[in-house]
Design a protein around this ligand. Structure first.
Ligand SMILES: *Cc1c(COP(=O)(O)O)cnc(C)c1O
Length: 397
């Protein structure tokens, strides 16, 4: 039976129904499983699809259920979960990229990914080009004969810039490279990158998929063959395994993902429209706004515009950051995103340009133009929209 996303969130990948078994699967916390000398080998190379569970860093029933569900939600053949989003993305990079290979990376993306690509990959002999992936032409121009992977984040944290996945997938494939898409902010409710041509989808499960801010996790979804290689080389050997208890919390969060995303989106729209009209606000970035520079692409590529927005103020961003931290009462001043409660955090432009993005010349000027002296990133929660808006109005003064 083909099920729709709404149903897959609750049932996708469930095993056969057995009378007397629990309807809500309990987390299997055991690290080891009864086995037989003929059933398993000690080498990751011995791992086969039919190998039974024997050690949780290899596989575990709770992790396997989460993997089956994520693969179905993204329309991929298989998924492998990791202890965090960073574990998933660096696991993908380390399996796909070796000495002499070239990576094309979006010049605005999650700070941890940008820093890893900037500091660590060159030490492993991997060349990295940073491009504005919102312009597919820049991706095409950056490709080299040794380009193995193009990695983009859409929408990109924190300025909500989009990448045209179908266009960039075609460019990457024509150049003999693969495309990986960090779809953490879009979620499977908003976008399915594999259906648009991406080879891999990466998620920080820590964010909207878990949704409650109480478990770290990450995933890569792709073909069964590629995912098996990631499991052998990146999960089993690098060892960033997900705790089955966290997987249980994430599975529970996923059950309400669509309901939450509908509310996150509606609240983000209400707050974005209100902030846009506020005299202290210079610019609001949210893919669902008609003023977003890629509003057409957003409508084509996103079924839900998600709940993450950013805004800059007319002047004095750092002072306003302190004022908001002191005055906000419903909204919390905190990093992270995608949880039920509203969060707001100030990202100073010069700081992030120096530490993470390393944009040069025109790219840095473009970022300054976008961000002013800093952006307030708001992960709009599922409280009453009127309460979130009232909190910002009293705090902005
Ligand atoms: C948070 C985040 C990550 C990293 O995920 P962790 O679970 O914190 O390791 C990667 N990409 C994006 C877009 C994120 O928001």
């Amino acid at each position: 039976m083909t099920e729709t996303l709404s149903t897959l969130l609750l049932h996708g990948g469930d095993g056969p129904r057995v009378v007397g078994q629990p309807v809500s699967p309990a987390p299997v916390l055991s690290t080891a499983f009864f086995t037989h000398p003929d059933a398993v080998g000690f080498s990751a190379e011995d791992l086969k699809a039919e190998t039974p569970h024997f050690y949780t860093r290899w596989s575990n029933p709770t992790l396997e259920l989460l993997e089956r569900r994520l693969a179905l939600l993204e329309g991929g053949e298989a998924a492998v979960v990791f202890g965090s989003g960073m574990g998933a993305i660096t696991g993908l990079f380390s399996e796909r990229l070796g000495s002499g290979d070239h990576l094309v990376l979006s010049d605005v993306c999650y700070a941890g990914v940008a820093e890893y690509a900037h500091h660590q990959l060159p030490r492993q002999g991997v060349e990295v080009s940073f491009v504005d992936a919102s312009d597919p032409g820049q991706v095409a121009a950056a490709l080299r004969p040794n380009t193995r992977l193009v990695h983009v984040e859409t929408p990109a944290n924190p300025i909500l810039r989009l990448t045209d996945i179908a266009a960039v997938a075609a460019i990457a494939h024509a150049g003999g490279a693969e495309l990986s898409v960090d779809s953490t902010i879009a979620t499977p409710v908003g976008t399915n990158p594999i259906g648009l041509g991406a080879d891999y989808v990466c998620h920080s499960l820590t964010k909207y998929l878990c949704g409650h801010g109480d478990a770290l996790g990450g995933a890569v979804i792709g073909t069964a063959e590629r995912v098996a290689a990631l499991r052998r080389q990146s999960l089993i050997h690098l060892g960033a395994a997900l705790s089955p208890f966290s997987a249980y919390l994430i599975l529970r969060g996923i059950e309400t993902l669509e309901l939450r995303m509908d509310r996150h989106e509606a609240n983000a729209r209400a707050l974005a429209e209100c902030l846009q009209a506020h005299p202290r606000v210079r610019r609001v970035n949210w893919p669902g706004l008609a003023s977003h520079p890629q509003a057409d692409l957003a409508r084509r590529q996103m079924r839900n515009f998600s709940g993450l927005l950013s805004f800059s103020v007319t002047s004095g961003g750092a002072a306003m950051a302190r004022q908001l931290a002191d005055r906000l009462t419903t909204v919390s001043t905190a990093v992270s995103l995608g949880k039920t409660k509203s969060l707001c955090f100030f990202i100073p432009t010069e700081d992030i340009l120096r530490s993470s993005f390393r944009l040069a010349g025109k790219a840095a000027d473009d970022y300054r133009d976008w961000a002013g002296d800093g952006v307030f990133r708001v992960s709009v929660g599922i409280e009453a929209a009127a309460d979130i808006i009232a909190d910002f109005e009293q705090a902005l003064g």
